[in-house]
Ligand binder design. Structure first.
Ligand SMILES: [Ca+2]
Length: 216
């Protein structure tokens, strides 16, 4: 009998154990954790960077030559008393210049310069209005010359410095001659001299037309 009770007790124990709470639940079922939604990556509003302050450069003041006219009578169209208006020569050498209607580039006449002489200069002082320091002046003209190394042109500063072009090749053709002058930054002069230099005991005349002077 004792063995029968023991078996019965075991059975009861097993049965009671089977009526317990479901294993593993621990009572109240926990709601499944919902996954953390990803944080929407909203565009980050950053404050607009300050606009760069526009650097306003003061414009280079204009430099006026002959009050804006540049070289005056650069085409040698205007003559008075057998001299080209606004051009100069050394005293006594005016007789070597004349207007020439058959050799010209523009207009109706050019400047003819003919010897005999060892050399002669025809020049014009071009006044400067405004600051010219640090700028570059450029002289251009058309010239016809038949003897090599007898004709050059130049820009002269008031301190005596001269900036010469290459000489005309002397080929008997119209050629452009160009002289450039780097004006010193501290230049205080009030004029630039445009200089036509015919030299070397030339035997043949030269012709000049369309003289211009610019600065920038
Ligand atoms: Ca002319």
């Amino acid at each position: 009998m004792k063995r029968v009770f023991t078996i019965a007790a075991v059975i009861v124990a097993i049965t009671l154990a089977g009526c317990g709470s479901p294993a593993g639940t621990g009572g109240q079922a926990q709601p499944a954790e919902s996954p953390v939604p990803p944080v929407a990556s909203a565009p980050v509003q950053r404050p607009a960077p300050p606009k760069p302050t526009a650097v306003v450069k003061a414009p280079m003041p204009d430099t006026l030559l002959n009050a804006g006219a540049g070289v005056t009578n650069g085409g040698f169209e205007d003559w008075a008393e057998k001299r080209p208006v606004n051009w100069s020569m050394r005293p006594g050498l005016e007789k070597y210049v004349s207007p020439e209607a058959t050799e010209k580039v523009g207009g109706t006449t050019s400047l003819k310069v003919a010897g005999p002489y060892s050399y002669t200069h025809v020049f014009q002082n071009v006044t400067i209005e405004g600051d010219s320091g640090g700028k570059t002046a450029t002289l251009k003209l058309q010239a016809k010359c038949s003897e090599p190394k007898t004709l050059s042109v130049a820009i002269a500063l008031e301190n005596g410095r001269q900036f010469y072009s290459q000489p005309h090749p002397g080929d008997g053709e119209w050629q452009e001659l160009v002289a450039t002058c780097a004006v010193p930054p501290d230049y205080q002069g009030t004029a630039l001299k445009v200089l036509i230099d015919h030299h070397g005991n030339p035997k043949q005349p030269v012709f000049i037309d369309d003289v211009t002077l610019t600065i920038e």
